[in-house]
Design a protein around this ligand. Structure first.
Ligand code: EPZ
Length: 417
């Protein structure tokens, strides 16, 4: 059922919001539960569409998954299949990280070539090249990947690009490989550190996550374990922008400050006040927003590509011209044309967008094309004069837990239909 939000703009948002567990940490960790073949208790799991898909994939492989509030109990001892359901892989591209987990435990994996997605072709060449280097035979035919190994071997891998998914896939494949694997030019995202923490609790020997060099020593036996997912830095960043764009005052609870440094720095450039206190952040939107001379998205710890759309929405009403350079994905400006329907003045040319601030956005009917672009349109609707209808809100439900409920608690006026 295609959902939409009807947003009556203009309210200043005020109040407190607790930040949920990180989607991009829980997805690789759920994939990793395949490996130990026993019980895993994962808490602080967000209620998201993408998490539902990953649970469906695990159960389709034969795992038992029980849900108790925000905790998942996964028993992977009963997994007896290595073929991923095609429709689920198409639905969620990040299911590609199950390759490494299935190869680690069973030496085999079959999955359909994950579809590109809304933000670009999103190839998997770095995944395949690295897994082949570790001794996997991968045959690509009729849109399927047939992967087989008679024993993964640890080796030294130099990633051409610090790909988050490729780094995660290699770590999972290396957990029970023969010998040691060294990954250089590894992605440094906090979600990879969370994966390392979970794996080491399960008896793996992974070190260096968070840096560009990760070392994995293959082990023979893994054990059951418990793990609590880190907070979602992109959900936190999205609420920070909600305070800035509505000239409101929002306190975010249970965040990890270290993960938000690049977002805080760029938000301060707009004149937004950010007061930090241990695991809380108070964000106060200014009367007048300053433009950002250059907002460049980069791998962590640079400014996150997953926050680019939300900042573009904010900059449409800054007092001046801002430049955004999206260096991570090839086609992540789809929200720009929807924002122009709300009166924004944005010109995009390749990876660069020039945003000339206007006084006020006006409500319009707009279409979410991807997860973060959809969130950006909701933020724009909060600030716009009049009513905004954001269609295809199902994109937003992939990464936010009932976003309209949390925003209405802060004083927004959103109906979900
Ligand atoms: C992860 O995607 C996140 N998803 C994305 O979040 C995030 O935007 C991205 O990392 C970058 O931070 C999850 O963690 C589930 P990449 P991933 O591999 O792993 C190219 C969200 O909104 N590339 O780091 O797919 C790729 O095309 C989502 O929560 C290759 O060329 O990202 C892209 O241009 C969106 N070949 C760049 O690298 C490869 O083999 C970064 O991709 C792999 C990637």
């Amino acid at each position: 059922m295609v959902e939409k939000y009807i947003i009556n703009g203009g309210a200043r948002l005020e109040g407190e919001v607790p930040i949920i567990g990180a989607k991009n940490a829980v997805l690789p960790i759920l994939a990793a539960t395949v490996i130990n073949g026993t019980t895993n208790v994962i808490s602080n799991v967000p209620k998201l569409k993408d998490v539902e898909v990953m649970i469906k994939i695990l159960t389709s492989l034969g795992a038992r998954v029980d849900i108790e509030g925000d905790t998942l109990i996964i028993d992977s001892s009963t997994i007896n299949r290595v073929t991923l359901p095609e429709e689920l892989v198409r639905e969620m591209r990040s299911s590609i990280i199950l390759m490494g987990a299935l190869l680690a435990r069973f030496g085999e994996a079959v999955l359909s070539y994950p579809g590109g997605c809304e933000i670009g072709p999103r190839p998997i060449d770095l995944h395949l090249k690295s897994l082949r280097q570790m001794g996997t035979e991968i045959v690509e035919s009729h849109g399927f990947l047939y992967c087989k190994t008679d024993g993964l071997k640890g080796c030294e891998i130099q990633l051409d690009y610090p790909s988050v998914g490729a780094t995660e896939n290699i770590i999972l494949a290396a957990t029970m490989a023969e010998g040691t694997t060294i990954i250089r030019n590894a992605a440094r995202e906090p979600e990879i550190v969370d994966l390392q923490d979970y794996l080491n609790k399960a008896g793996c020997r992974v070190k260096g996550a968070g840096t560009s060099v990760i070392v994995v020593e293959g082990v023979q036996k893994l054990n059951s374990c418990e793990h609590r997912i880190i907070p979602d830095r992109i959900v936190a960043g999205t609420f920070m922008v909600a305070a800035a764009i509505t000239r409101g005052e929002i306190v975010l609870k249970n965040v990890v400050l270290e993960h938000l440094q690049s977002i805080i720095a760029k938000l301060k450039e707009t004149g937004t006040k950010v007061l930090v206190d241990r695991d809380e952040i108070k964000v106060i939107g200014p009367e007048k927003l300053y433009p950002i001379e250059m907002l460049q998205t980069l791998p962590y710890p640079g400014f996150p590509t997953d926050m680019q759309a939300q900042f573009m929405a904010l900059l449409t009403i800054a007092d001046g011209t801002s430049i955004v350079n999206e260096t991570v994905f090839e086609n992540r400006f789809k929200h720009a044309e929807e924002l122009t329907r709300m009166g924004a003045n944005i010109k995009t040319l390749g990876s660069v967008a020039v945003i000339k601030g206007i006084k006020e956005l006006t409500g319009a009917k707009v279409f979410a094309k991807d997860l973060r672009g959809g969130a950006a349109l909701v933020l724009a609707g909060l600030a716009a004069q009049g009513v905004t209808e954001v269609e295809n809100i199902n994109h937003v439900n992939r990464g936010y837990e009932n976003l309209y409920v949390s925003l209405n608690k802060l004083g927004a006026n959103i109906i979900s239909v």
